[in-house]
Design a protein around this ligand. Structure first.
Ligand SMILES: [Ca+2]
Ligand SMILES: [Ca+2]
Length: 348
């Protein structure tokens, strides 16, 4: 009788073990399936590397691509699956690489195109890591060939940038900018070009003229830049300053003074309410064009810089509402301020 009961308990336990193992196998298989199903940018930790400061390999005092390469094992140890590089393009470094003089060349301070290829290969060799490129599609440098030719009115570059006649001349004979638009870095967003006798628009430094994205040739040039890096094996782009791509077409409009300005300095960027120079609806057209190019390649990501998305939500920004309807796989947001807002449990 006792042995029959023991057998019963034994088979019951065996049954439970079989059920348990089956459930574990199903969960594990599902997990593996998810690992295989999700794209790399959803299943890996994305780690931003700022090349200037990350690791200096040749000892000249500035970080470089070979320095990052030398840390490939360290990055893997950290559990990093995707490395995204801040801009490595050729640059006079007026804004530490965010002023691009050639979108399809590596800045010599950081190394060579061979170094980029070697870094990408090293990251891929260590499993699934990928190398994304930080794209600063706006603005270029005033030392970019396009701007040098545009300033000379050399076709087809004449309208590659945003040029405007002065509104008039002051008593000292100095040209007056066409409107009150301000640079993010303070002061008028218009700089005078003696050679062309016109102002050009710059959202950031005067050495960073804004490209004219209303010019189809400019859009095609930038699409070629994307193709160049994708063909080179870049696994994606983080697109910086995307909300600054477009300004209103009619430059005869002044921006209004902020309702509750953070400053009483009329030359400070935050003195004005920026409705004419950021977040214009045409931005999404360009983002769609770029995403369509990425979709011609397999498993590539585009991350948009949306650093002030919470402010845009607060102001009921129409473009933001459009972006929220924009499928996430088209442009994944990069938004530390939004994360911070959640972290601090503030109400959105
Ligand atoms: Ca170096
Ligand atoms: Ca712009």
């Amino acid at each position: 009788m006792a042995s029959k009961r023991c057998f019963g308990i034994f088979f019951f336990l065996l049954f439970l073990i079989i059920i348990g193992v089956t459930i574990i196998c199903i969960i594990a298989k599902d997990g593996i399936k998810h690992q295989e199903t999700y794209p790399f940018w959803q299943r890996t930790i994305v780690y931003q590397v700022y090349p200037r400061s990350f690791c200096d390999h040749d000892g000249d005092g500035t970080g470089d691509l070979q320095g990052i390469l030398s840390k490939a094992d360290y990055l893997k140890e950290l559990g990093v699956g995707t490395v995204w590089l801040s801009p490595i393009f050729s640059s006079p470094m007026a804004d530490f690489g965010y002023d691009v003089s050639n979108f399809t060349a590596v800045e010599p301070l950081f190394g060579t195109m061979d170094d980029f290829d070697a870094l990408r290969a090293a990251l891929h060799d260590r499993g699934e890591p990928a190398a994304g490129v930080g794209l600063r599609a706006e603005p270029s440098s005033d030392e970019h060939e396009w701007f040098v030719k545009s300033r000379r009115r050399e076709e087809p570059y004449t309208d590659y940038y945003i040029w405007a006649d002065p509104k008039g001349f002051d008593e000292a004979g100095q040209p007056i900018p066409p409107n009150n638009w301000l640079s993010v870095f303070r002061g008028s967003a218009w700089a005078w070009a003696e050679e062309r006798q016109q102002f050009y628009f710059h959202q950031f430094l005067a050495k960073q003229p804004d490209l004219n994205y209303r010019n189809q040739r400019v859009r095609e040039e930038m699409m070629q830049v994307l193709r160049f890096w994708l063909d080179r094996g870049a696994d994606g782009f983080r697109v910086d300053a995307v909300k600054f791509l477009f300004e209103v077409e009619d430059i005869n409009q002044n921006e209004s003074i902020a309702i509750d300005p953070e400053t009483d300095d009329p030359l400070d960027y935050y003195y004005l309410n920026h409705t004419l120079t950021i977040n214009q609806p045409e931005t999404l057209e360009v983002v769609r064009e770029w995403r369509d190019i990425l979709d011609q390649y397999s498993d590539r990501v585009m991350i948009g810089n949306e650093g002030t998305i919470d402010d845009d939500i607060a102001s009921g920004d129409e473009l933001l509402r459009q972006r929220q309807r924009f499928p996430l796989e088209r442009l994944s947001p990069f938004n530390f301020l939004l994360i911070d807002r959640f972290h601090n449990r503030k109400r959105l």
